[in-house]
Design a protein around this ligand. Structure first.
Ligand code: NAD
Length: 279
């Protein structure tokens, strides 16, 4: 592959993807609204830009084969706050990809696109959209962009509904954990699978208690290797019994399902600040 573009490159997951992605292309263009990382890889060019700015996105995607789209505000927030980065930003990516004739958009979607489904429902990739927040709604909108641009324009998309790519620090994460190694495998498969059309896949490790079903995404060849089960005993003991009637516990979206629209849900996730994604 000649040119690959990675958005959200200064973020937690983006930072982890720069090196493996740089090995898959001649030229890696990384971008974020934040400042450039201290050091760049040999074949990496960094562009500081707002993805809500169409011209900036359009210029960056010129000559690219694929774009890996991870840039977004990553929390629930008022609709007006998310509108630019999470809705318009996604439109800018898909529309620029179409105009420049890119082959594929690889997109960091989220479990929050289907977060109001009950955890006791072992949902597959064809579960209907059931967003838990404006944040989840933006993921639904972006997945639908992917579907529409495939049906109407032949532009492929792989939408990876990531569950939680962070350390296992709470009972939900025993099922939802995605390790960084499995994230890299997932993104790599989303790029190197020859034909994907419009595909959805859950981004989750091989956890005994993974609450979602990737059976219909086998064509991507994603075979996760890590398992959070070794933490189950300790974490369940630490938290004690959970109320099954509490939306936070009952729905796939966890705290996003329980939070009021427009309010931050990330604080409830008990994430470590310098998270390494290792279990
Ligand atoms: N971490 C997870 O567990 C998880 C779960 C589901 C989905 N995701 C998705 O994965 C992607 C990356 O998440 P992360 O955990 O690395 O979050 P992060 O906040 O560390 O990274 C997101 C990056 O997007 C950038 N960004 C925000 N607004 C922007 C704008 N207007 N223009 C350009 N860049 C902008 C931020 O500066 C940040 O560097 C996001 O799309 C997120 O929704 C993550």
């Amino acid at each position: 592959m000649k040119k690959l573009v990675l958005t959200g490159a200064a973020g937690r997951l983006g930072s982890y993807l720069r090196e493996p992605l740089s090995k898959m292309c001649d030229e890696l263009v990384t971008t974020d609204i934040a400042e450039a990382p201290a050091t760049l890889l040999a074949n990496e060019t960094y562009v500081q830009a707002d993805i809500a700015d169409f011209d900036a996105v359009f210029n960056m995607l010129e000559g690219a084969d694929m774009v890996v789209h991870f840039g977004a505000i990553v929390d629930e927030a008022p609709f007006e706050t998310l509108l630019g980065p999470n809705f318009i930003g996604s439109y800018n990516i898909w529309e620029s990809a179409r105009r420049h004739g890119l082959r594929r958009v690889v997109y960091a979607s989220s479990i929050h696109a289907v977060g109001m489904h009950k955890k006791t429902d072992f949902i597959g990739i064809d579960a209907p959209h059931r967003p838990d927040t404006f944040y989840g709604l933006a993921k639904c909108f972006s997945e639908d962009l992917g579907s529409m641009y495939w049906d109407k324009c032949g532009l492929e998309s792989v939408c990876m509904r990531i569950l939680s790519c962070a350390q296992v620090t709470n009972p939900r994460a025993v099922g939802t954990w995605l390790s960084y190694d499995d994230l890299v495998q997932l993104v790599t498969r989303a790029i190197d699978t020859p034909v994907t059309g419009f595909s959805i896949v859950y981004g989750v490790s091989d956890n005994d208690r993974a609450p979602v079903d990737n059976a219909k995404a086998r064509h991507l060849g994603y075979r996760p290797k890590d398992n959070a089960e070794e933490h189950a005993k300790e974490i369940f003991a630490q938290y004690g019994p959970l109320d099954p009637h509490d939306t936070n516990n009952a729905c796939h979206g966890g705290p996003f399902a329980g939070i009021e629209l427009g309010n931050s849900a990330m604080s409830a996730l008990n994430l470590n600040k310098d998270d390494t994604g290792k279990a």
